[in-house]
Every structure is written in structure tokens, then in C-alpha cells.
Design a protein around this ligand. Sequence first.
Ligand SMILES: Nc1ncnc2c1ncn2[C@@H]1O[C@H](COP(=O)(O)OP(=O)(O)O)[C@@H](O)[C@H]1O
Ligand SMILES: [Mg+2]
Length: 466
Amino acid sequence: MKAFDLLYAGLKRRWKEAARHSQRTQPPKQQLALPEPQTKPAPVRVRDLIEKDLPTVFTPRSPVREIRFLQGRDELIEDMRGALYHLGAAIVIYGERGVGKTSLARLASAKLCAEMISLQGIEPIYYSVSEGDTFMHILGSILPRLGVKDIVVKVLTSEITGARSVVNAQLVEMEDKSRTEKTTTARPLVDPEPRPQVVVDQLKGKRALIILDDYERITDESTRKFFPELIKKISDNQLQVSLIIVGIGDSAKALVEVHESVARNLTAIHVPRLTDEQIRQVAVEGFAALRLKHEPEVIAQIVRYSANFPYYTHRLCEGIVRAYIAQARSGNRSDWTIRASDVPAAIREAIKNSPPTLVSAYDEIKASERALQVAYIIADAPEEPVSRARIKEYLTAWTGEDPDIDAALKRLVDQGVVQRPETGQYCYRNPLQRAYTILRFRADTPDEQLVKIDAALARVKKAATS
Ligand SMILES: Nc1ncnc2c1ncn2[C@@H]1O[C@H](COP(=O)(O)OP(=O)(O)O)[C@@H](O)[C@H]1O
Ligand SMILES: [Mg+2]
């Protein structure tokens, strides 16, 4: 054994010497014809990639970016396809604020332009109406994009470079001191009287799909009359121009007052709130696209707090993913799994920078504790509207007493938060306020209290469905 050890130590020493020797006598490195192999790239950080993709997948501040993230609108897209089979038809897309009208209008138009023969080669022209816009501003922007030049409102010449630029009236109004302004020879659109026929003459021979979004913002009386008249003229003159009017409204008629004779050329498309299942899809597919796993409970909570508005789904999901990335960065998470415990922080994040009208209405509700409880119950109840008797049931389960709710209900109705579609039935006037109430209440209430409230309300819900 000893002899073996000695032999082994000797061999090892010699081998080390040989190695050292060969290192010393290494020949100088010869230049090779082939380039040096690439050095290994820095390891890609998955969390950075997720952060990069996040604004494409969850977009609370903008319409859906890609059609694969547009959930539940296939039927509506088919309705639009039917309408656009013949260019010249008009479409009115209407619905509540935040349900996804703009997303549908833009993505469906792009898709149909790519697919339909009648729309071949057309790129949709999109215009979002601003407060105070008149037909002059709107057409001043749209028509030049159709190659209608002599109808442009103004020409500006730069005093410094002498460069000329054509702009629409809206831009002219924002004073630009570095340019002198000269009205073009074209008269029509500076006319105080809108004349759709002038526009129609310019549109002859053109093929176009025009999306006019946020149409409800048009307050100017003559402009409100102008577009229905334009729709009629387009149809009378068999022009190849289709107009898609998009805006908030209970009906197409409430949004665009068209004459009976035009109504048949007009396809009304109502955009409903998403169903629970479709909201679920928004969250599930979004997380999957970001390669994130999730606990099922997370989705259940997102569905509940979204109140069928994809706007809140996007806000919540974005907040959840951001929180995960932050934790992954500080080394606390590496399982790529979204957990139910991530939701409360996301709720707090989601309600930040909410529209001031929602916030101030909530603060007003909150001034009375009972009113706040009743407001939360109406918001959270699965039924809509909720009957007075049911509200009482929920509140009894919550507080353990037999509370008086009539004063609170009256207060909420008087504040304009809640309405009574029928006697003894209550629901929110503004569905976004409903969602905000749920989220804000949950953000403001300590967790252990929420657990108790949830359990109490769940008992009543369960009794109702069984
Ligand atoms: N069908 C949909 N699937 C997924 N997300 C949607 C869908 N429709 C809208 N959203 C999201 O909801 C929010 C509001 O959408 P938007 O199209 O701007 O609504 P609206 O124009 O009706 O106010 C955006 O964050 C958008 O990304
Ligand atoms: Mg919109």
C-alpha cells in the first residue's frame, strides 16, 4: 500500500512538472484565418425580457396592441366584416367608457383591411376627436392623408428656414410664433357653413376606411349635423369610403343622429362588457405570453375585481407583474409564479392615478360608514341590480346586526352614485365607479378585516346560488 502511495505521489509530481514545462514553452499564438469564436453573450435575464414585453401584453393606458390579445370580440369583427363587404357603408361602434371600443375599432379595421378584397390596399385612417373639435379640424387632418391637398386649411412658412408646411386648423390654433401663416387658396373648409357636398366631391374616386373615435366629444352643433349628412351623401353618391364612428352611448342613435333614410346603410355595433370568462382569458393569456405561471386563486380575484372591465384587468395584471419583477430583481423570487399574495399590492397600485371623479365620489361615499358598507355591497354583489332585501341580507351577515339601510341608500342615490332602475332595485350609475369602489375599499381595509367581510358575504352569495 505504501509503495503504491509513493509511486502515485511521484507520478503526480512529474506530471505537474511536465505541465508547467509545456506552459512555459508554448509556441506563440498564430493568427488564424477564421475569426475568433464569439465570446459568450451575457446571460439574458428573463425578468428583463418580461419587463420589455409587459407594455405589449398589458396595456391599461392604451387600446389593445395586438389582435391576439383582443378577447371575446370575434362575433363583432364578423359583423364589421359583413358591413364592410361593400365600401361606402357606415358603422357605429358604441358602448360604455372603457369596455374596449377603440381596441375593437382599430384592430378589427387593420385585420379586415388585410383580409378583405373590398378593402385591399387600404390603410385605415384614425382620428380621435378632442374637446372643441369641429368638422374643420377633423377633415383638416383626415383629408390630406387621403391625398386631398387643396382642401387643407392653412399653409405655414417657417421664418427661419422658409420651409412650408400644410397643417390643419387645430395646429394653427396652437400659436407658433416662428412661422408666418397664410391661408391657402382653397376655400371650402374655411367656410363657416359645413358643406358635405364639397367634401364628397373631393372623395370621388378615393377608397378609404376612416375611423372617427371619441365622437361623443363633438359638442359643436353644426359638426354633429355634418357627419350624419356626410354618411348620407357617401351612400347617395356610392362612394368607396367607409366611415366608422366610435363613441360612448347607450345606442347608435344616441351617439349619431342619422336620418331614417340613412339608418339602413348603417351597422350599429354594441360593445358589451367582457364576460367573466373573457376577463379570465385576458389574464390567463397575458400571463402565459409573459411565460409566467399563476395560482388559480389569482385569476379568480382578478376576475372579481375587474367588474367586467378589461381596463381594470390590465391595471391589476400589470401591477402584479411589476411587483413580481421588482422582487425577482432583489433576489426574493425566482419561481416565475404569480401568487394570490401578490394581489393586494397590485390593487393599491391599480387605483393610483384613478380619474379624479371616481376618487372624489368615493370620498363622498366614505363620509358615512353605513353608506360605504352599502356601496361596497352593491358593487360586490354578483347580481345587478341588487334588491333592497338582498342588500339587507348581505349587511346583516357583515355586521351581525339588523341594520337600517334606507338612509344610506337614499344618500347614495342623492349623491348620484347609485340609481334605481326599478323600485327597490339598486345599481351603480357608472360601472367604472363600481369597480373603483371594490378596489379602493379593499386597498383601504386591513387584511384581517377583509377576510371576515369576504367570508360573511360569501355565505349569503352561496345561499343565493344553491
Ligand atoms: N377585448 C379586449 N380584450 C382585452 N383587453 C381589452 C379588450 N378591450 C379593451 N381592452 C383593454 O381595456 C382598456 C380599455 O380599452 P379601450 O379600447 O381603450 O376602451 P374604450 O375605447 O371603450 O374606452 C385598455 O386597457 C385595453 O387594453
Ligand atoms: Mg376609446
